[in-house]
Design a protein around this ligand. Structure first.
Ligand SMILES: [Zn+2]
Length: 322
């Protein structure tokens, strides 16, 4: 609400002002991690929306989109407030670490809403939720393929069982403007899942990948967030007319049953049948070890493009036809 100041970490924005600062995450007595945060507090009342980038530190288009939005939104044009954390996992960004925080080897997007008494990553998750998500009315988490992943853009929302929250999340996903929309049913510590479980409509959006900071992928996120902010009445205007969305009632992940050198036989965006060969493992001498079948019929949403696959690693996910 705009009549009051909004404090997130060390950033406090009075009504009609922008504040930049840091959210310090302490484990024990040391301030171990600092996340940047920008608070744009509008001069008129309205909802508060939280936007995060860099939950995975190698997903650059989402980070860049969050930074641009933080510099482009003016408090006089905002009803309510926007809280932007452009890079959540600063240690992973600095170390170019895929999936996990190199400080403790934990994927923060599996431990939300965090644990204030846990390891550094669990405390980061808990701090982000306490400081930023808890005082927001809606949440958008910007992702992409990690350093070793290619993907077709898609948006995920969690079906929490609260019909009003789920309908609001689904609507946010549709106005974002990415054609492929996945409903997630199983809670696994994802940012958007934990937020929806708290009653906050939320989406996780995926654009770009493979460590490339490319303008089209940044634009998908900038336009998408702008559309949602218009939809929620935070900024003036009507969301762009979106392409007819394709809803997947679930997605199916394929994890490696063994390690080896992986040779994919499909591309992102390709339609596959259940059981269709999607790739092959070979050993270090080039001998075939195993062929891998698609877990479901649908569309390949992401694909790990590094040939170095270990047992248990994700290989791809399929948006499953309803
Ligand atoms: Zn991610």
């Amino acid at each position: 609400m705009s009549e009051r100041g909004i404090k997130v970490g060390e950033a406090t924005a009075a009504s009609g002002q922008v504040a930049r600062g840091r959210i310090r995450v302490a484990v024990g007595t040391a301030a171990a991690v600092e996340m940047p945060v920008v608070v744009i507090n509008g001069s008129r009342p309205g909802p508060t929306v939280c936007i995060t980038g860099g939950v995975h530190g190698g997903e650059y288009p989402g980070i860049e989109a969050a930074i641009r939005l933080s510099r482009g939104l003016r408090p006089e044009a905002v009803r309510g407030a926007v809280i932007i954390v452009p890079i959540v996992s600063v240690p992973a960004f600095q170390r170019r670490a895929i999936y996990v925080n190199p400080m403790d080897g934990i994927n923060i997007n599996r431990v939300f809403p965090g644990n204030p008494a846990g390891t550094i990553t669990e405390v980061m998750a808990a701090t982000l939720f306490r400081e930023a998500v808890a005082q927001s009315d809606a949440f958008i988490d910007l992702h992409g393929g990690d350093l070793v992943e290619a993907l077709v853009p898609f948006t995920i929302y969690y079906q929490s069982g609260n019909a009003a929250v789920d309908e609001a999340s689904r609507k946010m996903a549709e106005v974002y403007g990415i054609r492929y929309i996945v409903r997630s049913m199983a809670i696994k510590g994802g940012s958007y899942q934990a937020a929806a479980a708290m009653g906050k409509p939320a989406i996780l959006t995926e654009s770009g990948g493979q460590g490339i900071l490319d303008e089209p992928s940044v634009q998908i996120h900038v336009r998408g967030v702008t559309n949602v902010l218009k939809h929620l009445g935070v900024i003036e205007g009507t969301p762009d007319a979106a392409e007819q969305p394709v809803h997947f009632p679930q997605s199916s992940w394929l994890a490696a049953e063994q390690g080896g050198i992986f040779y994919p036989a499909v591309s992102i965006g390709q339609e596959v049948e259940k059981g269709q060969v999607v790739g092959e493992f070979r050993d270090w001498f080039g001998e075939s070890i195993a062929k891998v079948g698609s877990p479901a019929a649908g569309v390949v949403l992401f694909l790990v493009t590094s040939p170095a696959i270990n047992k248990g690693d994700p290989i791809l996910s399929v948006g499953v036809f309803g």
